[in-house]
Design a protein around this ligand. Structure first.
Ligand code: DGL
Length: 276
């Protein structure tokens, strides 16, 4: 009897939910373990060595505990630096999330595009390499948003978020140059698609926000195959910090099929050094 595959979806917080949703759409029959390293949120502020050691250590435990068949690193900030280390250390397939610069450049008419990510992601060599490789002839503006991931977390917890605060973060991504305007903005952080309504509403002019989640879902299918039956798999959510407490937060997670929460109770060795 072939067991259904277990897919682990990993992020620093709730951002990976924007990816989970698309993966579940194509493989509703798989079992899911959603992991939020919320004890270390936001990843955007961590140094590369801190991120690498933390994520590797965490995956040692997660793989031993949940035996996933595939893991999706639903976080640009981690993927752009940790993926080679994960692939070198563990034998299961990893699907990463990297800034969708290639589709943005190929869809752009004005040839003026922006990449909106965490301060970590926009400074990565990986991101700069993608631009050099795929955005030739485009004017690319990189914006490292300091608060946007936290604003998305607050929204999902049911807190009131300030439109003014969002606008401050996204405005520099709207560029006007020689009569041409930005027409594509790469959402290079998985938290941002969770703010899509606000992003559209607050845009100074209409743009296409490029969300990598559907492409990630296609990659998962390419690696483990399409849906095999009409059964619905089980889903659990694991938190390195506190599990969701508020009612709104729990209701929101239920909309993603998550109603069983677990806490990784043993502190990670790196945890204290992350207190900043
Ligand atoms: N959701 C993550 C990303 O895609 C990171 C947000 C954060 O922890 O700073 O980049």
């Amino acid at each position: 009897l072939k067991q259904r595959p277990t897919i682990l979806v990993f992020d620093s917080g709730f951002g990976g939910l924007s990816v989970l949703k698309e993966v579940v759409r194509v493989r509703p029959d798989a079992d899911y373990v959603y992991v939020a390293d919320n004890a270390a949120f936001p990843y955007g502020n961590l140094s590369e060595p801190q991120l690498v050691s933390r994520v590797i250590e965490l995956f040692e435990r997660l793989i031993a505990e949940y035996l996933p068949d595939l893991a999706v690193i639903a976080c640009n900030t981690a993927s752009t630096v940790v993926l080679p280390h994960l692939r070198g250390n563990f034998s299961l397939p990893f699907v990463g999330t990297v800034p969708a610069i290639k589709p943005a450049a190929s869809q752009s008419k004005s040839r003026v595009i922006s990449v909106l990510g965490t301060p970590g992601t926009v400074t990565r060599e990986y991101t700069h390499d993608l631009i050099a490789q795929f955005a030739e002839g485009c004017d690319v503006t990189l914006i490292g948003a300091r608060q946007l991931a936290s604003i998305a977390e607050a929204k999902l917890r049911g807190e009131q978020v300030s439109e003014q605060d969002i606008l401050v973060e996204i405005k520099p991504a709207f560029v006007e140059k020689d009569g041409k305007r930005t027409d594509q903005i790469v959402l290079a952080c998985t938290h941002y698609p969770l703010l899509l309504d606000e992003l559209h509403k607050l845009s100074p002019w209409p743009v296409n926000f490029v969300d990598p989640a559907p492409a990630i879902a296609r990659r998962v299918v390419a690696l483990i195959g399409p849906k095999e039956n009409d059964e619905e798999g089980g889903k659990i959510a694991v938190f390195t910090g506190q599990t969701p407490q508020g009612l709104t937060e729990r209701k929101m997670l239920e909309q993603f099929g998550l109603s069983q929460f677990f806490s990784m109770n043993k502190p990670l060795a790196g945890a204290t050094s992350l207190a900043m």
